[in-house]
Write a protein that binds this ligand. Structure first.
Ligand code: DLL
Length: 434
């Protein structure tokens, strides 16, 4: 194992882990009760005081919080520390209306870096490695998170960010990158580009740490074959800190959750009932050691299964499967979170009817999104305006989503009407398995 493996925590007995969790949970509940009016109000509505939460066994009593709560409290409502103690924000992709901002104290950044360091070590990383970080830097958590983890491990860190494939490959060959961190789609694209240029034998990569979007086992094998590496999954979300909430070890049978910082639960998304390990449901996290932006029982909308089966790596932290779907309609396209309702807002604002279809596809490892919408009879009667109208929609969608979406205006009454719930989204990528 490398130099940031923490066996005293990562291989602690379940009893020891529960003890740490209980102590931290009790403190965190008092913290949010004292400092975040929304939490106090929600607890009072359920007749709870901090005294009702004595251990992890009481966690289920606390109310859930959702992304809507985060939006309602935007920007400062959920802060549990004075702004003067915060040193950083990160944000989810998406629009102003839907954006979620997470705040960090220096302690929170250190904790996050530590989680990412554990992930890098689990992928075989040591201070002798050259860690090539091609996740986006900026508001997105991917670049900053893996960058911080790489520093903690002591790797030589290449803060490449995404894009500029020629430069990526040049640094990779010139500096002998050994660990690649990026989205699986970008890894597949890089792998293809390296092979096309005949440079496969000039790269020294041994491992990849890929996450931020769903990817299949087939895609894993394809990337592993093309780059001659072992590809590890990493999971996380901005609200809970970013990448490193959980990560794969060499067994590659699920991702160990950093349970000493984030308590996972799986619930029935309809009733909210907590489900036993092994059952599929919505993943909920409680962050028990964060200072600035601690979320209690946050509903991730990711569907997965938890397992406590013994792992050959020696880590005892619970494992989660890859997300097996979502309990809402969020899509991740080109690494950006997209809600169909955002697209509908743009269409309606520009005077189109709500007869549309969203088609998401992936070709050459790159996502594409197309919006087909019915034109009005007025536009149909004057087809010369169609290209201009399509351009206006493309611009509106770009402003709303931050990515290019192709727009096709189709003839009135040509999009199939549904007799039940409208099927607005056709996702041809089939990314979720199970
Ligand atoms: O995607 C954080 C991250 C960065 C994770 C780099 C891993 C690597 P958000 O942009 O807030 O944060 O998106 C979070 O992405 O709720 C999942 O639906 C999805 N997601 C994240 N990791 C995975 C993964 C970052 N390994 C949302 N597999 C989450 C499938 C993932 N989906």
């Amino acid at each position: 194992m490398g130099n940031y493996f923490q066996p005293e925590i990562e291989c602690a007995s379940p009893e020891e882990i529960r003890k740490i969790q209980s102590e931290r949970l009790v403190k965190q509940v008092q913290n949010v009760w004292d400092n975040v009016p929304m939490y106090r109000k929600r607890m009072e509505e359920k007749g709870l005081t901090p005294a009702d939460i004595q251990s992890v066994d009481d966690l289920h009593k606390l109310p859930f919080i959702t992304k809507d709560d985060l939006r309602d409290q935007y920007p400062y409502g959920l802060l549990a520390r004075p702004l003067s103690e915060c040193v950083r924000i990160q944000s989810t992709s998406g629009t102003t209306g839907r954006r979620v901002i997470a705040f960090y104290t220096q302690h929170d950044i250190d904790l996050w870096d530590e989680c990412c360091a554990r992930a890098i070590v689990a992928a075989g990383g040591t201070k002798d490695d050259v860690c090539h970080v091609s996740y986006g830097y900026g508001l997105f958590t991917g670049g900053p998170g893996l960058n911080g983890g790489s520093h903690k491990v002591g790797c030589l860190t290449l803060p490449m960010s995404s894009g500029n494939t020629d430069r990526q490959i040049q640094f990779m060959t010139d500096l002998g990158s050994t660990i690649l961190c990026c989205t699986p789609s970008y890894a597949a694209y890089l792998a293809e580009s390296i092979n096309e240029r005949g440079l496969r034998d000039q790269i020294k990569l041994k491992a990849g740490i890929f996450g931020a979007e769903a990817w299949t086992e087939e895609m894993r094998h394809d990337i592993e074959d093309k780059l001659g590496i072992k590809a590890y999954d990493i999971y996380g979300l901005t609200e809970i800190s970013g990448p490193g909430v959980s990560f794969e070890c060499e067994e590659q049978t699920g991702m160990h959750v950093n349970e000493d910082h984030f308590i996972p639960e799986v619930i029935n998304p309809v009733t909210g009932e907590v489900l036993p390990d092994g059952e599929k449901g919505e993943l909920v996290f409680t962050s028990i050691s964060k200072e600035a932006f601690p979320l209690m029982r946050y509903r991730t909308r990711d569907i997965c299964i938890l397992s406590r089966k013994k792992c050959s790596c020696g880590r005892t932290h619970v494992k989660m499967t890859k997300p097996l779907g979502r309990s809402d309609d969020m899509l991740i396209v080109k690494g950006v979170n997209v809600f169909p309702s955002q697209i509908e807002t743009v269409l309606l604002n520009q005077g189109y009817p709500a007869n549309y279809q969203i088609i998401v596809d992936r070709a050459n490892n790159s996502d594409s999104i197309e919006v087909q919408v019915e034109m009005s009879p007025e536009i149909a009667a004057n087809p010369s305006v169609v290209p201009t109208k399509e351009k206006e929609l493309v611009a509106g969608l770009k402003a709303m989503l931050g990515i290019y979406a192709k727009v096709t205006l189709v003839d009135p009454k040509t999009i199939t009407r549904s007799e039940g719930k409208a099927v607005r989204v056709i996702d041809k990528r089939n990314l979720y398995q199970g």
